[in-house]
Design a protein around this ligand. Structure first.
Ligand code: BGC
Length: 498
């Protein structure tokens, strides 16, 4: 059996450590004599409280894993039965390897959108060629109108489709088919249609929620005179599962840990009471859990509550806000700001830039955590470049402790979530998940580029499962599986024979 192509990318390339800053007090930083003396006792208290309130010892992890399992069951039993939507993906057959032909994928899910084409050659030749392009989405489109966003995407797709040649061949008379990865909560109504329930990850585009996103894309493609057919609408987790399963039959779960987070898994149709006995031909289907909405038993701090209250979706996506890349930097910024205000962490200078929401990003935390030098020079540079604070060795050490507390909780809770899913599958299949090799395919920048986060996650899984069972659970990076996966699902659901 072939295995999923894995990539080991070092964090250094992606999260570049910036050069030391010019040490001039910048505009907005008011320096005073003796500025870098911090009020150690209140900084210490804030740090201890943070570590205490965000701690995830084994009993907390166990509770989270069990609650995840229970919420999955409740969501499968009744529509709206739990925080977890447990969305039916209408993907009842995973790629077999026999898929042949030219297919496209379009991936919208975060700050970028990607277009991809793939020439599939069946069992023998597999993936003959791929080509892709990535376009960043202008910030204003994330809060503009539905038409503006979909016109932008359709335009990108049209431009990409124009230059097709070389190894890519569309048989005469065939319409191009595209797998549309749309990574937001969508209530699927068929394999090629689904209603957007709400935006997540900072998107607040007007006029899409409550609409079929494939219809939105089709209308935009018509406006561009682009003749393509969406043959599969999939969540990124579902794309990742399909992409990874193409190479390895042991893949049963896919998890995205990036800007946002989510997981999907292979479920038996007879274990879905909501289906009232309707079975798929294969007896299985993929369930998109939308676990970002999970909230049961998560240890939250005052910083999480404040961030949530200030967000565009208060009270929603609590798991996502605790473990995913969009939010970790912002939680750390809030802690550092409080330490600066109440404990003079950065001396008596008041770092005004530190009051700007989301100015400190998760890649900044990651880059800081890679600094092993004695004077933590890189930590100082990153803090300065991102927030204009002047730090000394002791405030840098505190900043690292803050990052670690937040990242540790995030990674460990992600691990507990994974065990929650595996546990549910194992209980229902009477041991066939833990008793043999089971692969969890992972994707997303946070998982890929943040070694500390990844390590915390992996160790939490091992703590919860114990060493023997852990040996059967393989957590594997499946890079860009979701793009190829969507194209594969477009092939599986093609209107043409292949
Ligand atoms: C969305 C999911 C998506 C995940 C990862 C979440 O915010 O709700 O649909 O799978 O992000 O991209």
């Amino acid at each position: 059996m072939s295995s999923i192509p894995t990539t080991t990318t070092s964090a250094a390339g992606f999260f570049r450590i910036p050069p030391p800053p010019h040490r001039i007090p910048a505009a907005g930083v008011r320096m005073m004599a003796g500025a870098l003396q911090s009020n150690a006792s209140s900084v210490g208290t804030i740090l201890t409280n943070l570590q205490h309130e965000s701690a995830t010892p084994l009993p907390v992890l166990r509770h989270v894993a069990d609650a995840m399992t229970e919420d999955m069951r409740a969501g499968l039993a009744v529509e709206g039965g739990s925080d977890l939507k447990m969305i039916l993906s209408y993907v009842d057959a995973l790629p077999s390897g026999n898929e042949k032909g030219l297919f496209y994928a379009l991936d919208l899910g975060g700050t970028n959108f990607r277009v991809l084409r793939v020439q599939l050659g069946g069992k023998e030749e597999r993936v003959i060629a791929t080509e892709s392009e990535q376009v960043s989405i202008p910030k204003e489109l994330m809060s503009g109108t539905s038409e503006q966003l979909f016109d932008f995407i359709a335009n990108g797709l049209a431009t990409f489709a124009e230059v097709e040649g070389g190894n890519f061949r569309l048989p005469h008379g065939r319409q191009r088919e595209v797998g549309f990865t749309f990574s937001f909560p969508v209530m699927q109504t068929s394999i090629d249609s689904g209603i957007l329930m709400k935006w997540t990850k900072g998107f607040s585009v007007s006029g899409t929620a409550g609409r079929d996103v494939v219809a939105c894309l089709n209308e935009a493609m018509e406006r561009q005179a682009l003749d393509m057919r969406v043959s599969a609408l999939v969540n990124d987790t579902v794309g990742a599962l399909a992409g990874a399963r193409y190479w390895d039959d042991d893949v049963m779960v896919a998890v995205i840990l990036g800007t946002g987070t989510n997981a999907c898994y292979v479920e038996r149709t007879d274990a879905i009471p909501r289906l009232n006995g309707t079975m798929s031909a294969s007896g299985m289907t993929i369930i998109n859990t939308e676990w970002g909405a999970f909230s049961n038993g998560i240890p939250l701090t005052v910083f999480d509550r404040d961030m949530d209250a200030a967000s565009i979706n208060p009270g929603e996506q609590i798991f996502e806000k605790t473990i995913s890349g969009m939010y970790l930097g912002e939680i750390a910024r809030r802690v550092l700001l409080k330490m600066a205000e109440e404990g003079d962490l950065f001396g008596r200078s008041f770092p005004e830039k530190l009051t700007t929401p989301f100015i400190l990003r998760t890649p900044d935390l990651c880059a800081m955590q890679q600094d092993n030098s004695d004077d933590l020079q890189a930590v100082g540079s990153i803090l300065y470049n991102a927030t204009q604070v002047e730090s000394n060795l002791s405030s840098r050490k505190v900043a690292l402790e803050v990052c670690d507390a937040i990242v540790k909780r995030g990674g460990r809770l992600a691990g507990a979530g994974i065990v929650g899913i595996l546990q549910k599958m194992d209980q229902d299949s009477k041991g066939s998940i833990y008793g043999k090799q089971t692969v969890v395919a992972m994707d997303g920048g946070l998982y890929e580029h943040y070694p500390q986060y990844r390590g915390y996650m992996q160790r939490a899984v091992e703590e919860l499962l114990g060493s023997e069972i852990s040996r059967n659970i393989v957590i594997e990076h499946s890079k860009d599986g979701s793009g190829i996966g969507a194209a594969l699902l477009a092939a599986t659901n093609s209107k043409y024979e292949h």
